[in-house]
Design a protein around this ligand. Sequence first.
Ligand SMILES: Nc1ncnc2c1ncn2[C@@H]1O[C@H](COP(=O)(O)OP(=O)(O)OP(=O)(O)O)[C@@H](O)[C@H]1O
Length: 310
Amino acid sequence: MLAGIPWLLRQGAGAGVILGALAYITQSLAPALGNLVEGLGISGVRLRVSLGRILRSDDPARPATGRDTARDAGVGLRGVTFAYGPHAEPVISDLDLSVPDGDHIAVVGPSGIGKSTLAALVTGVLRPDAGQIMVGGVPADRLDPAHRVLIPQEAYVFRGSLMENLTYLAPASRDAVDEAVTAVGLTAVVERLGGYSAEIRSGLLSPGERQLVALARAYLTPARLVILDEATCHLDPVAEARAEEAFARRDGTLLVIAHRLTSALRARRILVMDGTSVRLGGHAEMLAASPLYADLVGHWNPTDTQELVP
Ligand SMILES: Nc1ncnc2c1ncn2[C@@H]1O[C@H](COP(=O)(O)OP(=O)(O)OP(=O)(O)O)[C@@H](O)[C@H]1O
């Protein structure tokens, strides 16, 4: 998709790392790349250099940063097909999907089936080879980034104060920050660090704590379409439930790429991607309609912390 992607893949960057980083670029974090301190599964310096090249690229395939205003946070896909190259097998094939404004959907499926790719398409980071993706009546790649926020698995924090990290995407009052911190379950971290003026530096935060910061940062934006792409995978199940429920209570549409089956049970509807078909429905409906989902539920032990990889 981008000139830098093959280079990044050769350096060992996974799809999630690349998509997450590109999503952050389209979410206005580009100026902070120079201060990127951690959250990367590969060499931060090498990734930074490559992303710098991508940002300077005149490649027309580069992610769009549109400015169109959505009328709501509904998502519609019609006949969407996407492959990672002209000769590659499509990851998404002729997909139709309608997610009304205010819906809460969990996306479930085996590793490598295309869940992050779907998230990147809806976010406008990737463009479909065929078909159309609309958010609130606007093509996804022309949407003003302020209308949606993607929180990828790789949670980025930056050199600067905790407050700067939390309010990077949108300015917020102290009360709003307090509310977001309480809602996603970041309070204990703020207390441990000694308050919002604490300086964030490499090694200070665990992966789970970085995810909580990224979640609170997203919670503070006005975006009404929120996409959590395994954004809580480093949290324990209780912390994950708290953070996810905070976003479910928030006004707008929530798409959760599920890391644990509990995310599916919390959602209003479940999108099951199993390679041959994509089905959408409630828990009971999916149990009856999707052998893959029934299998996942059948093997699920509510007392353990197993992940959603069949
Ligand atoms: N940048 C890329 N270039 C080429 N192929 C890619 C790229 N990113 C993803 N893929 C491939 O596309 C397919 C779907 O990947 P994707 O990351 O969307 O799956 P996923 O369901 O999110 O997986 P996981 O649950 O492991 O995160 C996989 O076969 C993957 O190897």
